[in-house]
Design a protein around this ligand. Sequence first.
Ligand code: NDP
Ligand code: 8X3
Length: 249
Amino acid sequence: MKTALITGATSGIGRATARALAREGINLVLCGRREERLDELKKELSKRVAVSTLCFDVRDREQVFNKIKSLPEKFSEINILINNAGNAHGLDSIQEGNIDDWDAMLDINVKGLLYVSKAIFPKMIHQGSGHIINIGSTAGKEVYPNGNVYCASKYAVDALNQAMRIDLNKHGIRVGAVNPGLTQTEFSEVRFKGDSEKAKSVYDGFQPLRPEDIADIIRFVVTRPYHVNIADLVVMPTAQANSTTVNKN
Ligand code: NDP
Ligand code: 8X3
């Protein structure tokens, strides 16, 4: 039986992915900072599979390594890593950008992804197999107005996805990215710092993706036979043509 470690499992795409993988009988290591939500999800999914939780901030390098090291024996083998934790912070022009927002996005979306991956690589290399799914974004394929540093962080994920695939190739480890477009989660709440009205208005007038839509695609990616590696997928709602073209009523 396989085990998947999912970062950002307390909300949105990560939480929906945990549920989708549990339905496939995949054991889970759920990660995030909100412990109560981790506990709730563990309670829900333990009816189907074995679940362990790790509460840490991906920005804290020491915590990342210590928490992953602390996993019980039963969860020591990680077959699937879903690098999902991340957010946008702010939507300002580059000249008006808030430096704390820049730090948050680069520290979480890029460096956090690297820390977690670095803690998992030795396990997968030792096993001679593994599957890493990096959650990028359409923002990592095309820069949009005021997207600047968030886009840069997701372009970095795109580069790291390619880099991991090359460098881990000789170890038999599969690496691929799923790049969602507009998906209704807590993403915009975080981007607009709790302004629910503004967050909701992002998705007004069209049908955005639901986190379950992306989770279903991740489920498909990780259940392909070992010789099949889905390297890079871009998934948008039908109403979205690119980062700036959305057909709203
Ligand atoms: P949510 O805000 O709903 O979920 C974000 C998750 O990331 C939460 O579980 C949160 O957990 C976790 N997280 C955030 N910061 C940290 C941190 N410092 N340490 C540990 N965990 C953290 O957003 P989404 O589900 O939409 O986002 C998931 C991924 O999908 C992100 O990488 C995002 O960039 C990407 N994405 C989202 C799109 C969208 O339109 N929604 C489109 C394209 C990509 P907690 O707060 O408990 O730590
Ligand atoms: C999230 C999608 O378009 O809000 O990565 O940047 S977008």
